[in-house]
Design a protein around this ligand. Sequence first.
Ligand SMILES: [Zn+2]
Length: 172
Amino acid sequence: MKNLWTPWRMSYILGREGRETGCIFEAGAGQRHDRPALLLYRDEAVAVLLNRFPYANGHLLVAPTRHVAELTELTTVEEQALMRMLRQAVAILRKHLRPAGFNVGLNLGAAAGAGLADHLHFHVVPRWEEDHNFMTVLAEIRTIPEHIEQTFDRLLPDFQILFNSRPSPAGD
Ligand SMILES: [Zn+2]
């Protein structure tokens, strides 16, 4: 527990990791959240982005903070943090957007459709009944960046609460 690896702090110290890889999950130079990058949450283990090219309003990407491509590369701490964050992200989206359901999934490798194949990430996509009027509204929203920032501002406070109440590493 005392040796919990903190790549998030390390990249903050080095201040270069994100720039070198050009990876969207490492944008924001080690910040906990970053509006221009649509980064809602980042701690030592896990990061959450609002997808800039969403399938639906509130489409989130949940990734390990560390730049890894394969499930087998995840540490136990990262596995647990990812699953916990998926549960919490679904709860936050449910509260704010009231979808009828969710698609939660993982594309491993470019052949499987992963657009950012070298940094593992889960998609969390809120879904509404197709015949629901609200869906039409959201279909309009998805092409308008201003609305993505509005969604960001709406979701951010709940992710900040998560950050402040996250399980703290021993000795912290
Ligand atoms: Zn990365």
